[in-house]
Design a protein around this ligand. Sequence first.
Ligand code: CP3
Length: 365
Amino acid sequence: MTTDTTGTVARDGEPRPGGPADSPFVRACWRRPGPHTPVWFMRQAGRSLPEYREIRATVPMLESCRRPELVTEITLQPVRRHGVDAAILFSDIVVPVAAAGVDLDIVPGTGPVVAEPVRTLADVERIRPITHDDVPYVDEAVRQLVVELGDTPLIGFAGAPFTLASYLVEGGPSRTHAKTKALMYGNPELWHALCGRLSEVTLAFLRVQIEAGVSAVQLFDSWAGALSEADYRRYVLPHSTAVLSGLVDSGVPRIHFGVGTAELLGAMGEAGADVVGVDWRTPLDVATQRIGPDRAVQGNLDPCVLFAPWPVVEAEVRRILEQGRAAPGHVFNLGHGVLPETDPEVLTRVVALVHELSSRRADQG
Ligand code: CP3
């Protein structure tokens, strides 16, 4: 980073003490010790919060992502309410794809729906590379948020090429990803052209967020777990690597997450992540063996455990913190996103419990 418009980095390149780059969250991402295990929740912005539903009652999802004042307010809501260690930008993985010219919408209760699914090279070529000027509202929202958040770090994010390609090829959400795999196996050239273009869009989108001041980025490859390790390595890894390695000099940690990825954890780390997100199926000590000692882990409370009686939640939080000690750095999170029916009070209690159980007093060394 050469300029310091955000206050994130001191002039000499060292993190400003107490600033976002020195926060418990960013320290854990870099495998540095901190005062406690940091915690945030995937999909914490929106969904379960009544104050979010009120704002969204009259504004469609994509429009809300393009209005910086709404993005700022929705992003701040879970930080105010739960005291989480990081904010995540309110947006969606399809926002940059829409900015690249793809006709799509986010349908309530369904998710992204694409008007004309990708079938040909001409369809791929219509996905324009994007620049800052295609997503000025993201730049503006991040800059506002960095000021509002002060010392709390802001996480930027994007969808990884495979997960984006699945929405573009299927036309919407899919359980089997059958059309996506048919294209991948049946026309590898077209597949690689599509993923190559998506990795350019994703990289540009993450760079806009980093230049505007986010303290970390997360690449969501939510549906990568649908693939075998061999297919992941052949069809997906080169494209996710292009995105993550393109950010190696950005100065911010890179988190890489997918669901059902027990067999892919090593490969997802190799793609260039500083932190690998783990779903609830793999204990964090086992995950650490697969990922290796050079990367931190993030996870991995089953989001459904939040519906269980409190003693069950507490026991699971304790277990996860214990197993997370096997990793060189641990960011506490869910194993996937907050479900809309979750009681926000339980999320607040989990944050307090993680902080209490993990706080390291100075006299303990
Ligand atoms: O994490 C956060 O709090 C930040 C906001 C965020 C959203 N989407 C807002 C959103 C993030 C990080 C995402 C990422 C995202 N979007 C992913 C990867 C994460 C994951 O859960 O695996 C994926 C696969 C998508 C695609 C998508 N967009 C889905 C599957 C849905 C849900 C459909 C539904 O209504 O249940 C969306 C819509 C969406 N994105 C909502 C929100 C708050 C719900 C829209 C609404 O409130 O009407």
